[in-house]
Design a protein around this ligand. Sequence first.
Ligand code: ADP
Length: 402
Amino acid sequence: MEKDKIILVLNCGSSSLKYDVIKMPSRESLGKGIVERIGNEKGILEQKVKGQKYKIEEKIEDHKKALELVIKAITDKDTGIVKNISEINGIGHRVVHGGDKYASSVIIDDTVIKAIEECIDIAPLHNPPNLTGIRVAKELMPNLPQVAVFDTAFHQTMPPHAFLYGIPRKMYEDYKIRRYGFHGTSHRYVSARALEICKRDVSNTNIITCHLGNGASITAIEKGKSIDTSMGFTPLEGLMMGTRSGSLDPAILGYLMNKGMSIEEVMNILNKKSGLLGLSGISNDMRDVEAAAEAGNKDAKEALDIFTYRIKRYIGSYCAALDKVDILVFTGGIGENGWESREAICKGLENLGIMINYEVNKGIRSKETIISHPYSPVTILVVPTNEELQIAIDVYDLAFGA
Ligand code: ADP
């Protein structure tokens, strides 16, 4: 019989730490929480266990203090998740960049830590806090197996014609400039769920997964393998997002710099001030932009149209990249909840075999559902993503040989 294991999943950002305690193999979340404003005067930890809330507000100077508080919250005798920290059997870390070294999750040892360090150059904002999380967890819970689950790993199956840019090969050889792709854990999780929901075999199924959140990306999956994805060397490429521009003519960068802007200013605009926010002038949040468009704001309406149009174009191009498409999946905050976006995206794609059932689609929020017509050649699904669960599954499989 399979033995129960309790996995602590950690997702460390520069000033935040999200955690989830998941029981395996039953896949049950026992409780989760978030520490925010690490390094600020007033830090905050909020935990939810079966509807019960637990909150700590105090100065949290660094990630070590944050994890100490997480351990305290998890083991709180009234509102905790486990009685004793020794009940935790393994730890899973979300790591953004694994470069071209890791095509799957790995048990963390010194070699893995070195490889994550080597990727700091290409992921300067994300890998350092991920590494801090690993170091601190090792210090506080030295005897537990720890696993790194990379955002980039799932896309390592992309062939060179999808991952190389049309620039001198030397730039790839010297600087590792290539397309890596991100959101891999989410694309992997929802595509695996899609196979289960549709009772299909991986060996004869092709899927397009749309992860539409504040960050957004689309992946073409052939027989379980990512063969192309819309994000590239960084998460800036591809779809237009909440604040990111997505793909644009790279000559614009040089043009703006010739106008006197620094590269930092240009990158800040493209990453933080563009997308839905930049075009609507209202918000990066889809609900705000939709509300403004509804109220007659033309810029907001145009921002929505651009968002939708880009996604349509990607779906079309991935229909061309895959020799046939069986399933189209929507996930992420917008993909899971935004039925208006799903409707607008699918409208006009009937010639590609994508036939949404407008009535069924309308009410669906955050629930695994088939939203296509029974006669649609492509099955369209809403699948809420669960990256934490995928990380826990990986820890269980790797550390306990399940
Ligand atoms: P992140 O990339 O930060 O994880 P999420 O996946 O949580 O983001 O997605 C956030 C986006 O989901 C926001 O643009 C938000 O407006 C959108 N969203 C959430 N609920 C709805 C809804 N009911 N209708 C439309 N969009 C929604």
